[in-house]
Design a protein around this ligand. Structure first.
Ligand SMILES: [Zn+2]
Length: 324
């Protein structure tokens, strides 16, 4: 997160904080703000059915705060969310001094929200897509209840699948044996995410026994037929140029968007190394990595279902020969 703030890009960074009801989002966020971990951030809080947050505690260490009314921001409350984001972008563009300009928005979603749907809505907005850079989807999961939620709720799985970073909360000594199994279950559901733990907002390092098997989850209605999501890493050789690659990628996203949860990668172009990030079938405008970045190879990671690495490689090769 700290590295992200030094990237040479004028867009306002967005962190989406998700997690089921009672996963401890507000406690965690308050702790991060208190320790200055989000820099100069405006906090958007969306409550659907939770106890109202104590605004003053959040507000004290934030650049500003807005409570989003109108329901859950991933569905009924989406217009309200987009309106607030546009307003923040507008306001920021009128601030002349760099040092006074807002750096980041942190959206604390309602426990009922699917963060992936929110990310997709922002990227589909013609104005926001140019002004906001989705930095990270952080999903909190209550270590005691997450397995039950994953076994009974589509939403619980959608939240975990959308995460770049999963933080297990309410981890304590008593749980240490079971923790490895919870960890294994989450990393099987979303192998692309990093998984850490926190107690009252502070990161801890519980020992994880990587040999422990995941807890089998029951099939959930329509999810029963879906394969597990997994990352497919595609290294692209330098003979493929950016123009051909971007046409290929958009064709792929149109054809296979429903199978893709996230796309992340770096591509060398005449303008510099571009960082690509997408959620489902929309990719946000890439940002140029600073020249100090150590990344020097074209590599894209697709996180999704039913991808075969060889097929992706062959499809790209075929496509670039035809257009090149
Ligand atoms: Zn919703």
């Amino acid at each position: 997160m700290t590295g992200a703030d030094t990237r040479a890009d004028g867009r306002l960074r967005l962190t989406i904080l998700g997690g089921y009801l009672g996963s401890g989002k507000t406690t965690w966020l308050r702790h991060q703000l208190y320790h200055g971990r989000f820099g100069r951030a405006h906090i958007l809080v969306n409550e659907a059915a939770e106890t109202p947050v104590d605004d003053t505690l959040l507000q004290q260490h934030a650049a500003g705060m807005t409570l989003l009314a109108g329901g859950c921001a991933c569905c009924a409350g989406q217009p309200e969310l987009l309106k607030s984001l546009r307003h923040l972008c507008d306001h920021r563009s009128r601030v002349a001094s760099d040092s006074a300009r807002l750096e980041r928005i942190v959206l604390e979603t309602s426990g009922l929200a699917d963060p992936g749907t929110i990310a997709a809505a922002i990227q589909a907005d013609p104005m926001l897509v140019h002004h906001i850079l989705l930095d990270e989807i952080i999903v909190l999961a209550d270590a005691v209840n997450i397995i039950h939620q994953l076994g009974t709720e589509h939403l619980g799985r959608a939240q975990i699948e959308a995460a770049d970073r999963i933080i297990l909360t309410k981890v304590d000594a008593q749980l240490s044996g079971a923790f490895s199994a919870v960890y294994a279950t989450l990393s099987q559901l979303n192998p692309g995410a990093s998984i850490t733990s926190a107690v009252k907002g502070e990161e801890i390092d519980p020992s994880v026994d990587k040999a422990v098997s995941p807890i089998p989850l029951p099939a959930l209605g329509e999810l029963a037929d879906l394969a597990a999501i997994e990352p497919t890493r595609l290294k692209i050789d330098n003979s493929v140029d950016w123009a051909a690659f971007s046409v290929w990628l958009s064709a792929l996203l149109h054809a296979r968007g429903n199978d893709i949860v996230r796309v992340k990668g770096v591509f060398d172009t005449p303008a510099g190394f571009l960082l690509l990030q997408g959620v489902r079938n929309s990719v946000q405008a890439p940002e140029i990595l600073p020249s100090s970045s150590t990344q020097r190879a074209n590599e894209i990671v697709f996180i999704g279902r039913n991808f075969a690495k060889d097929d992706l490689g062959k499809s790209l090769e075929y496509f670039s020969l035809r257009t090149g």
